[in-house]
Design a protein around this ligand. Structure first.
Ligand SMILES: Nc1ncnc2c1ncn2[C@@H]1O[C@H](COP(=O)(O)OP(=O)(O)O)[C@@H](O)[C@H]1O
Ligand SMILES: [Mg+2]
Length: 232
């Protein structure tokens, strides 16, 4: 579905990603974990066309997409939910969902409301008055309105209470079970690895370890980096 081969990218003259290669297959949850500053967000920005790689290639559904415009990628089914959520604060829940469907001619809220019943209850509430957890759900729901083939989520559970974290991660599993690929960035590696089919550990802009979620969760190097501090 998605593959990066040897991708290098950064900001102006400063390079953050160094020959990064990774892939997401159909209907997989792939977790990208790594310390603060490892380049996780930069990876998602590069895939979604906000940044243009200086080297390497990105393919999505069989076509080269590096250098393509973000709006074209959304139309092709690649949708990014940034960490900062970027909701339309003064608009209602349902108006935000409607905005997510700008690539489509039909509007169907039912799937999103089935996934996040709280959003149905609050469909007329102003987005900026929702709780943090509800805003995360709305950001994911809005992305789903575009009917993505691949959803990229940047820290969807960071900062949420355990119960809400569970709700968001359960929703990620349900999204995957509907056949949507998910590239999940999380600082909370333990929880991300628990739901991931496969995962990559990113360190200084390169993938230094990969395996199934379960393999990485019991890898001594991963455990040392996340439970004891220090780098891999
Ligand atoms: N807009 C930016 N301009 C310049 N440097 C940036 C910018 N955003 C992030 N960086 C730098 O890129 C590196 C990787 O950041 P980021 O991709 O946000 O990491 P992560 O998401 O893994 O915490 C960091 O050194 C960060 O300071
Ligand atoms: Mg980040």
């Amino acid at each position: 579905m998605l593959s990066l081969v040897g991708v290098s990218a950064g900001y102006g003259g400063s390079r953050v990603l160094h020959a990064l290669s990774l892939r997401v297959d159909d209907g997989e949850i792939v977790a990208l974990v790594g310390a603060n500053g490892a380049g996780k967000t930069t990876t998602l920005r590069t895939i979604s066309g906000v940044l243009t790689p200086v080297a390497g290639t990105i393919e999505f559904l069989g076509s080269r997409v590096d250098g393509r415009r973000t709006s074209d990628l959304v139309r092709a089914g690649l949708v990014h939910v940034p960490e900062e959520r970027a909701l339309f604060g003064p608009l209602t829940v349902e108006e935000n969902l409607r905005m997510g469907a700008w690539t489509r001619s039909v509007l169907d809220f039912d799937e999103v409301y089935a996934l996040f019943p709280i959003l149905a209850e609050r469909r007329r509430q102003i987005a900026e008055t929702l709780s943090g957890g509800q805003q995360r759900m709305l950001a994911i729901g809005r992305a789903l309105m575009a009917r993505p083939r691949l959803l990229m989520l940047d820290e969807p559970s960071t900062g949420l209470a355990p119960k809400l974290t569970r709700a968001v991660l359960d929703a990620v599993l349900a999204i995957r079970d509907r056949g949507v690929g998910v590239l999940l960035v999380e600082q909370n590696a333990v929880q991300a690895l628990a739901i991931a089919d496969r995962a990559y550990v990113l360190e200084s802009g390169s993938a230094v370890l990969t395996g199934t979620g379960a393999e990485l969760a019991r890898d001594d190097r991963v455990r040392a980096a996340y439970l004891g501090g220090g780098s891999l």
